[in-house]
Write a new protein. Structure first.
Length: 479
């Protein structure tokens, strides 16, 4: 028998046992009497008001850096530090939250949010916020979506990301297989490269400086498009001659545009035009070259062009948006919901794509979805993280206003989700034919299979002590 997540089963959400818990699980309105009845069912040592965080521990698994917050009442809550972050993004905040009540999510978030920032810098803050919601839900015996105001939908549509393939025929056939599995929304990475990956004649750009030596993000070659395949592993500090930013004077040629158009034409001829297909992984090229690109590919009805310009250049995004007819999407590196406001005010994008593990957690993601709805902008959720972020994203998506789809990045890894199971329906698949049924179990609604997790650890042990971080401090200034 697998070793299951410790100290959670005693607080299992007792759905179906009373009218009160059934009402909560269904997202219905409950009376004061119902709430008192629920509170009476919560098995606590000294009550949620006396719950305190006592420890933070980390386990690094495949595409997932799990954070566990332990408490004085024997229950634990889980978050996930953003993929490609260091565990230090979370551990440096440990001393700031020990002794606090995780049910007071807003108080904890106000204390630590100043330590977050866009991209990886939001990873630690977001993981703590998610773990606190998980603890609060377990302490009170309700799912996280209920604490966010209830759910707007019972199922969340997922879309599957598909990494770059060398030919349009290969991509089209793979997406066709996805459709046969029940997926109703897909995304493909696009990289212009001729036969054998050659990019000869596809880009106009100056020769790289042979004396330069810039670190490669994550140790991977990020020549998008062109150069080594994007998954080519390079040593940290290896020379990356171009990088992925708009200050390299790198432009598509007509040969590259012809190649990309033929690629998309082939994909659509195989898949058809009924299913949305988003596109991603261009790198940040000058706006002029992307206007040419966007106009050329508009006729293939792609769901969006993703992150073609950094999100902090809203005027350039607006210029691109006004120059083509395909929706413009960005947001995976934005920190805090308010980070989208300038994009909304300037009508620079058509779709937001926040990553919950960057943005600040569950509540910030719900806020971003609701704010986007007010401005008439569609919402998706970006996620190339592990199972915990998937569950957390489902709660935010369920409670948000208008919503399109949440990303699933690991559709080609069959056993990626085996380390977790739903607490309300442990035998059900977590994703079924392209949908995620919103969990009704307490907290985030999952349990961890510790045996599976232990078998998939990347480095370090299974939630080893982190006492060396207990007294880490810096001057935080006034609240």
């Amino acid at each position: 028998m697998s070793q299951q997540e410790p100290n959670v089963s005693r607080r299992t959400f007792m759905t179906g046992t009373t009218s009160a818990t059934a009402a909560v699980a269904a997202g219905s309105l409950v009376t004061n009497a119902d709430l008192e009845q629920i509170n009476a069912q919560v098995n606590t040592n000294s009550g949620p008001s006396a719950l305190r965080i006592t420890d933070m521990r980390i386990a690094h698994s495949d595409r997932s850096m799990l954070m566990r917050l332990d408490t004085n009442q024997g229950i634990s809550g889980y978050g996930e530090i953003r993929y490609d972050c260091s565990n230090a993004h979370g551990l440096i905040l440990k001393s700031r939250i020990i002794g606090m009540n995780p049910c007071n999510v807003a108080e904890i978030f106000r204390k630590i949010k100043k330590h977050g920032g866009f991209g990886c810098d939001g990873g630690g803050v977001s993981a703590i916020e998610v773990a606190c919601w998980d603890l609060a839900g377990k302490a009170w015996g309700v799912p996280v979506w209920q604490m966010l105001g209830g759910k707007m939908r019972d199922r969340v549509r997922m879309y599957c990301d598909t990494v770059s393939m060398p030919t349009g025929e290969g991509m089209g056939n793979h997406l066709k297989e996805r459709m046969a599995q029940g997926w109703t929304f897909c995304k493909m990475d696009l990289h212009a490269g001729g036969e054998g990956g050659s990019t000869a004649g596809m880009y106009t750009r100056p020769a790289p400086d042979p004396t330069a030596n810039r670190p490669v993000r994550g140790g991977f070659a990020d020549l998008r498009p062109g150069g080594p395949p994007p998954d080519t592993k390079l040593p940290m500090g290896a020379y990356n001659p171009y990088g992925e930013h708009l200050f390299t004077s790198t432009f598509f040629t007509d040969k590259a545009l012809d190649w990309l158009a033929d690629y998309c034409e082939t994909v659509r001829s195989i898949v058809g035009y009924e299913i949305p297909i988003a596109s991603d992984h261009y790198g940040h090229f000058p706006i002029e070259t992307f206007i040419k690109f966007a106009r050329r590919l508009d006729k293939y009805n792609l769901a969006w062009y993703e992150d073609v310009v950094p999100w902090f250049y809203p005027d350039q995004l607006r210029r691109l948006k006004d120059s083509c007819t395909t929706p413009i999407c960005t947001g995976e590196d934005v920190y805090l919901a308010e980070g989208f406001r300038d994009l909304f005010e300037k009508q620079a994008i058509s779709v937001i794509h926040p990553d919950l593990a960057n943005l600040g957690g569950i509540l910030e993601t719900k806020k971003a979805i609701d704010l986007a709805t007010q401005y008439g902008v569609a919402s998706c959720i970006h996620n190339n993280n592990g199972p915990i972020t998937l569950f957390a994203s489902a709660h935010a998506a369920a409670a948000g206003d208008q919503f399109l789809a949440c990303e699933y990045h690991m559709a080609d890894v069959p056993h990626f989700l085996d380390r977790v199971r739903r607490t309300d329906k442990p035998n059900d698949p977590i994703i079924d034919r392209g949908y995620f049924a919103v969990p009704n179990g307490p907290g985030l609604g999952f349990e961890i299979d510790m045996d599976v997790l232990k078998a998939n650890l990347h480095e370090g042990g299974l939630f080893e002590p982190t006492t060396e971080w207990d007294n880490e401090t810096s001057f935080d200034g006034h609240m």
